[in-house]
Write a protein that binds this ligand. Structure first.
Ligand code: SF4
Length: 305
């Protein structure tokens, strides 16, 4: 089937099944364009619980589809490609958290939302790149173990120096590999541009950036800024979205082809197969949902306090 036919079939199946397609900002443009909702992982998990659809096709990596299931257990959540996983989320697991608990028995364990459900079941509070600093500041404990991203953890540690924040050695290869020399060259060429980088970036690139923001923060910043040029240090799908939604502004990636290979495993063809054959449904037991829900609820509690 060609792409046009595939899109038509997807739209038809969506209607028949009362389904909605949710796509992360790092999805390829062909997926972004058929999505009913685009966003970061938390935004999408929240949207999925507000929707009245019976079926959600979640185009992102597996922990995101799991979070959607935890927040809306009554819905059928489909993840088109099982193998689309986040390598950073896979750097930590329940066993490793339990070992760390023995080492730091009095610490509060905070984990980035980019963790698998089995890890979430073992930790105290979830955070996102947007609320990590705020949450760590509000937790009534001076000792925090921050998992799994060392770069976001370092950013939090710098912003909350009054607390003892223990870091883990996890990282996102996409942002950790950003190259400072290429960024320096771009900054020299476009000296009027504002550099926005994801806090998962390595220390050198972070230090050269004007602002460290998650994808939602970047969208807001660009929309409200009078500046016309931006250098962006994050995945290519997000840069495509920024360019599409801000046609009067210019965007330059800190380097060519910043790509998360797992995000790109989802294609029109497998979204079609997912809808047609109910593939692959996320199934979590009641016990798992209950345990994984707790740290997510704690995040919401601290976000509202
Ligand atoms: S961009 Fe990084 S953190 Fe996000 S899914 Fe890919 S590897 Fe994981």
């Amino acid at each position: 089937m060609d792409d046009k036919k595939l899109v038509d079939e997807i739209l038809k199946l969506k209607k028949e099944k009362n389904a909605s397609i949710l796509a992360h900002n790092y999805q390829s443009e062909e997926i972004q364009l058929i999505a009913d909702h685009l966003g970061d992982s938390l935004e999408l998990a929240r949207i999925s619980s507000d929707l009245n659809n019976d079926v959600i096709v979640f185009c992102g990596v597996s922990f995101m589809a799991e979070s959607a299931k935890v927040l809306s257990p009554e819905k059928v959540i489909l993840h088109p490609v099982r193998e689309a996983r986040c390598p950073m989320a896979d750097m930590i697991n329940a066993k490793k958290v339990r070992e760390l608990r023995k080492k730091y028995p009095k610490a509060t364990f905070v984990a980035y939302i980019n963790t698998n459900v089995e890890t979430k079941m073992e930790i105290d509070v979830v955070c996102t790149s947007a609320n990590a600093v705020d949450i760590v500041r509000k937790i009534p404990n001076d000792r925090i173990v921050f998992l799994p991203d060392k770069n976001l953890g370092r950013f939090v540690k710098d912003q909350v120096p009054e607390k003892d924040v223990v870091l883990y050695d996890g990282y996102c290869y996409v942002h950790d590999d950003l190259d400072k020399d290429q960024l320096l060259k771009l900054k020299e060429k476009y000296h009027d541009a504002i550099t926005l980088t994801h806090p998962e970036a390595n220390e050198e690139v972070s230090n050269l950036s004007d602002h460290l923001l998650g994808t939602g923060g970047m969208l807001k910043f660009v929309k409200n800024s009078k500046n016309k040029r931006f250098i962006i240090g994050t995945e290519e799908g997000m840069i495509q979205r920024l360019a599409r939604e801000n046609p009067n502004k210019e965007f330059f990636a800190t380097q060519s082809r910043i790509i998360c290979k797992d995000m790109k495993k989802i294609t029109l063809n497998n979204v079609y197969n997912s809808l047609k054959n109910n593939r692959y449904e996320i199934k979590l037991s009641e016990e798992i949902i209950k345990k994984a829900e707790k740290p997510l609820e704690m995040m919401l509690k601290y976000s509202h306090d």
